[in-house]
Design a protein around this ligand. Structure first.
Ligand code: AKG
Ligand code: FE2
Length: 193
């Protein structure tokens, strides 16, 4: 399987462009788009409340909640489709995940602001396994204290693995774009226990 390790300081990030082929990806994409109960939550940032600029859903193999940006999400039980994807990601990464946060970017105006996945539920050096289906979108990384940036396109059927100290030193985002974009589904597998 093709993989690229990003050569960035204080980070451990690996990109696998095609863990699922085009046919598998299109089956997962349609099944997730149609069957996930997508919802738009309100987030609170610096005391102000906004509708989140994308749709989300949370699934877990346990009953542990996940809180970020003032939202506390209660998980749904894993589905067969999500389990199939999770097993592939576990084989590649050598980790067992408990939780999957899904994001649906409806068009180029949907986005994910600068953040690190450093919630206390995730533990000290979280491993985040991020799978993408559908439209490709730019994924931006910026170092918290050094003047360093890196951009990557996350493609249909790809996996991005972030681990080690990455979340301590780097922020990431999916910016809005004026380019014409159709739907993109992202699944971020996490460990909460
Ligand atoms: O959509 C993506 O690729 C990033 C998602 C993300 O950073 C998150 O859910 O924490
Ligand atoms: Fe994130």
């Amino acid at each position: 399987m093709i993989m690229f390790s990003l050569n960035l300081p204080n980070a451990d990030i690996t990109y696998f462009p095609e863990i699922f082929n085009t046919k598998e990806s299109s089956i997962f994409y349609t099944q997730l788009l149609e069957n996930i109960p997508w919802r738009q939550d309100e987030i609170t940032v610096f005391g102000k409340t906004y509708p989140q600029p994308r749709l989300t859903a949370l699934y877990a193999t346990n009953n542990l909640t996940y809180s970020y940006s003032g939202i506390k999400m209660e998980p749904l039980p894993f589905t067969n489709t999500l389990n199939t994807i999770k097993e592939k990601v576990e084989t590649i990464s050598g980790n067992t995940f408990t939780t999957c946060l899904l994001n649906l970017y409806r068009n180029g105006q949907d986005s994910n602001g600068w953040h690190a996945d450093n919630e206390k539920e995730l533990g000290k050096n979280p491993i985040i396994a991020s799978v993408s289906f559908g439209e490709k979108r730019l994924f931006k990384l910026k170092h918290k204290s050094l003047n360093l940036k890196h951009d990557l396109e996350l493609e249909n059927g790809s996996l991005l693995l972030m681990k080690g100290t990455t979340q301590h030193h780097w922020l990431h985002s999916i910016p809005k774009t004026r380019k014409q974009k159709t739907e993109r589904i992202n699944l971020t597998f996490r460990i909460i226990k």
